[in-house]
Design a protein around this ligand. Sequence first.
Ligand SMILES: [Zn+2]
Length: 120
Amino acid sequence: MKECPFCLEEVEGSAIECRHCGKRLNTGEAAILSIQRRRERHKAYYEEAKKYLIKTSLALLVLIILVIVGKAILGYYQSSYSRKTRSHCETASVHCDSECTSKTNPNTCYYTCMEAVGCR
Ligand SMILES: [Zn+2]
């Protein structure tokens, strides 16, 4: 099967005349027209491919930026959280230490105290 360059209908590969529009397919005009059609189609195909590629790389770029920004934000909150936790437990440690030094079992007291404030 091939395509009639005049009416774009499908015709037999060996056809000399298009059965749809009746034009002759073995003329120079038909050959030139069919080459032009093929070029147009290739051009359209490459335009589509280019658009698709641009869209895809843009989407990828946006995704990468989102991941980077997301990681930065997450990292910031995590580090600020662990900073808070660390300073909280440092304070708690001093507090528990002073609370427990006078107790009969200072070590157990200290650990229980630290556990109570979530620092163990
Ligand atoms: Zn035709």
